[in-house]
Design a protein. Structure first.
Length: 401
């Protein structure tokens, strides 16, 4: 059993000739100290009785405080000695004296800066925007984790809805990041599990419809007569290519190099996850990629000639900006293409990803293979497409009614 004592640390005298009063713990011949935050000149300390002398103006209150904390520490040590051997001095101090409030924005900034180090520019920008919105709500005042309660979140949600005119899923994304920060802080030991307000606060998300094209709709886009050599034709071909090539993300399609193509497969590293992937291209995707093959006397790095060949890949901010600008242009043209093809759905490049997934499942490819080819981190991400197929079958069965 550890021994505990109240000690006056004369070895820690400051410039005012004051020394701290500590609680000393000796366990397994190792000494550790817990500060009581009491500082005294030596003349006020009664070493024999381990008390503050009555000549001190606040002796009665301070002695009562020391006595109570000494007893609480004894109780904590006794409880954990009989149950667990892993209690640290830091945990003992937090249990007896309480945990110092952790500044929320300081911790949030640390997490956000890590995204920048990991070259996750889009994630960095979104997280920074989320925290800046909270700062604006608080007039840039600091706030601790302990100050963020379910009631606080309710008021903040109302602010985002009424003052920022945010839609439910935007609010959900903002609060989801705040929840992540609480989970990270708990894992770091900065807050207790019970201090997480999201244990009692439910995030609200609006169900969104995932648009995808039927085989007939995709054929209409493929057969659409567009002016040769235009950006609109190029954007259409990229969309169709991705609809056959495993639902390639727009960032990966833009960065696809001729060195990634071996005549049958594309072998590349997914920009979003860093995962390496090899996709065996079906005939329609091969037809498109070969259409853009440059002649022998022309050197071109990228398969689809949109990003400049001299793009500085070492500058992640430059790359991210180039991809964002190109994506906006592509999506603008895809809306025009959808209108020309008589398709009412809101077309964007990401629809090609949903189109490939639903077509793959419809053709009998197993969900685990679909998940692998799409580069999903977990099969749960792919199950949304299986649910879409199930809903289609439910509607088909309604014919019997």
């Amino acid at each position: 059993m550890p021994s505990i004592a109240i000690v006056f640390r004369k070895d820690k005298l400051n410039k005012k000739q004051e020394a701290p009063v500590h609680l000393r713990i000796i366990k397994d011949r190792k000494i550790s100290y817990i500060s009581t935050s009491i500082m005294l000149p030596e003349k006020y300390w009664d070493e024999k009785n381990k008390r503050i002398r009555s000549s001190h103006a606040n002796s009665a209150r301070l002695n009562s405080y020391l006595s109570n904390k000494f007893t609480e520490l004894q109780d904590e040590i006794f409880e954990h000695e009989t149950v667990s051997k892993s209690l640290t001095t830091r945990h003992l101090k937090e249990r007896v004296f309480g945990r110092k409030p952790t500044e929320f924005f300081v911790f949030a900034q640390e997490i956000i800066e890590r995204y920048l180090v990991e070259n996750r520019i889009a994630t960095y920008d979104k997280a920074k925007s989320t925290i800046n919105k909270l700062r604006l709500y608080l007039n840039d005042n600091s706030i601790s984790f302990q100050d963020i309660t379910p009631e606080f979140l309710e008021k903040y949600e109302n602010y985002m809805r009424k003052d920022c005119h945010n839609k439910p899923n935007t609010i959900h994304t903002n609060l989801k990041f705040l929840r992540k920060l609480f989970n990270d802080a708990f894992r770091r030991g900065l807050i207790e599990h019970a201090q997480n307000p999201f244990l009692k606060y439910r995030l609200k998300e609006e169900k969104t419809q995932r648009d995808y094209l039927s085989e007939q709709e995709l054929n209409r886009i493929e057969d659409l007569k567009l002016t040769k050599g235009t950006r609109m034709e190029l954007h259409r071909d990229m969309f169709v290519f991705a609809s056959y090539a495993g639902g390639l993300r727009v960032s990966d399609a833009l960065k696809l190099r001729w060195s990634d193509f071996d005549g049958k497969h594309i072998n590349f590293t997914i920009k979003k996850t860093g995962q390496q992937l090899s996709i065996n291209l079906p005939n329609k995707a091969l037809e498109i990629i070969k259409r853009y093959k440059p002649s022998k006397n022309i050197k071109r790095f990228f398969v689809f000639p949109i990003l400049p060949d001299d793009l500085n890949n070492n500058d992640v901010r430059v790359v991210d900006t180039a991809i964002s600008n190109a994506t906006a242009y592509i999506n603008k043209n895809l809306k025009i293409i959808a209108e020309k093809a008589g398709i009412k759905k809101r077309l964007s490049f990401h629809v090609s990803r949903h189109t490939w997934a639903t077509q793959a499942l419809r053709k009998g490819i197993s969900i685990d293979k679909v998940s692998k080819l799409m580069g999903h981190a977990a099969i749960a991400e792919t199950q949304i497409y299986a649910k879409i197929m199930s809903e289609e079958l439910d509607k088909a069965m309604e014919a019997f009614n």
